[in-house]
Design a protein around this ligand. Sequence first.
Ligand SMILES: *[C@@H]1O[C@H](CO)[C@@H](O)[C@H](O)[C@H]1NC(C)=O
Ligand SMILES: *[C@@H]1O[C@H](CO)[C@@H](O)[C@H](O)[C@H]1NC(C)=O
Ligand SMILES: *[C@@H]1O[C@H](CO)[C@@H](O)[C@H](O)[C@H]1NC(C)=O
Ligand SMILES: *[C@@H]1O[C@H](CO)[C@@H](O)[C@H](O)[C@H]1NC(C)=O
Ligand SMILES: *[C@@H]1O[C@H](CO)[C@@H](O)[C@H](O)[C@H]1NC(C)=O
Length: 562
Amino acid sequence: LPYFYLLVWVFFLFLSLSLSLSLSLSFQYIYFILYHKFIMWVGPLEEVELTFALKQQNVNQMEELLKLVSDPDSHQYGKHLSLEEVAALVRPSQLTEKVMQNWLQSHGVKNCHTVVTQDFLQCVMTVQVAETLLPGTKFHRYRRDSHTLLRSTSLYSVHEDVHQHLDFVGGVHRFPPKGKDISKGWEGARQSALGYHLGVTPSVIRSRYNLTAKDVGTATNNSQAVAQFLEQYYHPADLAEFMSLFAGGFTHMSAVERVVGTQGGGKAGIEASLDVEYIMSSGANISTWVFTNPGRHESQEPFLQWMVLLSNMSAVPWVHTISYGDDEDSLSDAYMNRINTEFMKAGLRGISMLFASGDSGAGCRHLTKERNTFRPSFPASSPYVTTVGGTSFKNPFKLTYEVTDYISGGGFSNVFARPGYQVAAVEAYLKSVQPLPPQTYFNITGRAYPDLAALSDNYWVVTNRVPIPWVSGTSASTPVVGGILSLINDQRFLKGLPSLGFINPRLYKLQGKGLYDVTEGCHLSCLDDKVEGKGFCASPSWDPVTGWGTPNYPALLKALMD
Ligand SMILES: *[C@@H]1O[C@H](CO)[C@@H](O)[C@H](O)[C@H]1NC(C)=O
Ligand SMILES: *[C@@H]1O[C@H](CO)[C@@H](O)[C@H](O)[C@H]1NC(C)=O
Ligand SMILES: *[C@@H]1O[C@H](CO)[C@@H](O)[C@H](O)[C@H]1NC(C)=O
Ligand SMILES: *[C@@H]1O[C@H](CO)[C@@H](O)[C@H](O)[C@H]1NC(C)=O
Ligand SMILES: *[C@@H]1O[C@H](CO)[C@@H](O)[C@H](O)[C@H]1NC(C)=O
């Protein structure tokens, strides 16, 4: 071989090695292995279901369009798209479809399903085929509590020819995040022992946020939803009992309209009970859906599966509340960027996506023995969702004003830049509030959250037929805000107006109008010498602890009725 050819050959070898890029790797599995020691061997003929996120077209155009339909000062405000119109915009190019088809077929993968938008493919194949399709993978079964998950923990690669048509492959690495204990039960129990706390019930929520008996849903086409992913189930009998115990004085529904996914037979979860019980108390008399662990296969990721489902259903509820999140640093940029375009699709359709801001304040990540930083969570940090923080009553005896609940998640994204709609609000905060935490702890240019807040402390919940007090967390505040937005949608529908859709651009233009500003208290963070457990603090106007504040329904309704 002439020397020149050898060089070219080496060059191409190098090129093809460096081009067969590794796709999304999550660090989640490291925790998983630490917590779950049971790893089992998997036979080569067992089946896995993988989700292929195909490269979409016109993503930039979609982002521009989302700005227009969500900006109340634009002529296009509220001119939402149907799922079919979204599909026409984003569906992958014919080349992408062809390359994917050839790739899968050449490996004998035939059992695939697509969605209306054509940008996801879900395929069932044997472990043996999956391991040759994605070189590097090695599937194992991991035991968690009473069930198992099929996952590979090693990096995989795909050839550049395929890689450029693929955002990521789901069902390989990611484990569901471990459910956090949302109840600050012991602390509440201590207060109760002193004999003075009755806790938050629907009537407390409704009077604090100025909802009268007349403020219930009446529009025929209105609907709202909660989504659950952590093997959490609500039980219809719990909901009925909750409503009969606590929901006096206003018209409400006592049953869920539709369950999408698999309702497990096991015990009800506090979190699932909480979400359903409170979205149906603030968003009273509004048809409610529950999306619950929609994965049909143990290799599926329920959160991703829920996003895939939304792209395959032309009629879905107008408001979704989700109490789910992962550390931003445990997710790949490819994965988060793609999930963001899924949120854009929802916003374009006029759907409001509300995420709990998390229950660890600013969070804490230990970089080295001496160095810590705050730890933002995703999707809370996504610029395309509305993130809800938490508050508590100043005086637990009474319906007083609200202060920061110290657990309220908030902070600045390390991945997503500050979106235009919040630039003025966040800069005003950074300028006016001193002292801020040291700048080594947070990324001052990032998307800041939450956007607004509601009570998150000492709720009553009925679960497994037992009323339980002192349930706390932003998973309580999020459905409360969701229900209130649904009531506003309801009034808009009665006037022939479109749904609120992605509310952030409009919310920040209100400058706090229609909301009770929360100005007291700080949330928690790292327990080190530099910050001593303190994250950010609430302040007049917007802040990264409680956002713009908590809803005052009649005032917010008035501000959002055109
Ligand atoms: C999407 O819906 C269609 C029609 O209901 C169905 O045939 C298809 O399997 C669904 N796709 C997925 C990925 O579930
Ligand atoms: C409750 O909603 C239904 C429509 O789902 C409506 O017909 C009824 O009038 C509502 N009840 C009240 C008290 O507004
Ligand atoms: C309800 O919504 C569906 C589709 O979203 C629409 O076709 C139908 O006309 C609506 N019905 C009413 C009464 O507005
Ligand atoms: C800070 O956030 C920006 C996005 O706003 C990002 O590009 C940058 O990498 C982040 N810096 C660090 C150190 O995380
Ligand atoms: C909210 O309720 C309080 C107490 O009932 C009342 O004083 C106030 O005027 C109400 N606010 C609005 C905007 O209606």
